[in-house]
Write a protein that binds this ligand. Sequence first.
Ligand SMILES: [Zn+2]
Length: 511
Amino acid sequence: MSPRIGLLGFSIECNRFAPIATEADFAGRTLFRGKALLDEARAATPRMLAELPGFVADMDAAGAWEPVPLLLAMAEPNGPVEAGFYRVLLAEFEAGLRAALPLDGVYCVMHGAALAEGDDDPEGTIQTLVRGIVGPDVPVVASYDLHGNISDADVATIDVLIGYRTNPHMDMRERGAESAQMMRRLLSGVRTHIARVRLPIVPPTVTMLTGADAPVRPYGELIDLGQRRMAEAPYVGRVLNVSVMGGFAFADTAFNGLTAVVTATDAAAATALAQELAAAGWERRAQFHPRLITLPDAVDLALHAGRAGKPPLIFADVADNPGGGGRGNTMFLLEAMLRAGVSGALVGIIHDPALAAEAHALGAGASFTAHFNRQSASDFSKPLHVRATVVRLHQGPINCRRGIFANSLVDLGPSVALDLGGIVVVVVSRRVQCADPAFFEAFGLDIGAARVVQVKSRGHFRGGFDEFFSHDQVIEVDTPGLTSPLLHHFEWKNLPRPVVPLDSHVTWSGT
Ligand SMILES: [Zn+2]
């Protein structure tokens, strides 16, 4: 008989210090129900991250099954989710699950760093709801972003937790497929235990790179260690998954902290390996301190990049990363480069719907004074007025080609490339991190010919722009912003203290 598998998801990374996320933020990105959800997951360029497409494809390939698609709500990182919409989603999950019974299994697409107004652990809330409805014996598998903060409820309510293992996140589709393979094993009768050990370390996300060629990679080493150990005695055949969860500092929850999560067929193996990995993480605690380049030094590097034998450089505006809740519109780095006369530069992608609309009204070739941030001025998002020429207009849908958005469709809304005189800026109407070269190429801009590229992204750009820039051509710049990796800039209310890297005397009990 074909197993009936419920499919649902709630995926958003929430920055406590960013504005509230609304239904429109989900509707503009990924909000699908029922058959439309399944159709989208099977589409050639689905409008969603790749876990569910990977899960569905693997289940399709492995044999007969009956997908029961319920609801997937996914949005670009933002502030906590607005309470009214969150209540609507919870009610929909509950009604959909009850109507779908009997189910043989449930797959949950989660992030792990979601917040809602009044709820610091939406994943735990949703999974508790799922478990309560399907009962204790129905397999529930959840996949998480490695930036997930892991609560008690997150692990107590499911059978297998599968975290991403790459940062940038190049393995979302593989983790979806792995979730399907775990589901098949659970359906065949395998039973699991999950152990979790959390460290008093809240890693700034710039310290969490995993690529083998990354300059410093304590976090990548931990992930590698987990994969190696699970294939060795005494764990081989007993440990089913190792997920080293780096977490997301800006969620500011009581359960933040680098966490080893191990799923095994016996509790002893799960606990022993989770503790071993946590101890390895603690040994590396001194490496979770970010090192950024000052704004004046960054400008100096930009003036000389691509000249006199020096390589072109890519400047990451890590403190204004839409992929961490940043608004994608701070002007600090752009203004400094304009003032210094940097040329041969591409900058993107700046979120400013009013400016994009004005450029569309004026038309290609028009010259005007561009007023950045006329609508959304705030502490970080300050106005900037500069003469501009409209280079090229775009309606917004982009077929992404490389990195975390590869093979998916991302709609930037009405967008424009503006020439500010030596610096060409891409301005968009939907707030998205600049992770894919297609966000420049769609405007006819040649990344390979630029001396300087500036991206609103913390690190996912590395997975998209790596064909133009190696790690040593990446400059992470210290500017003010909602996603500054310098964590002492923020007023934390909930983080467990003392904690690395904020406090100087931090101890760990070993369990
Ligand atoms: Zn992430």
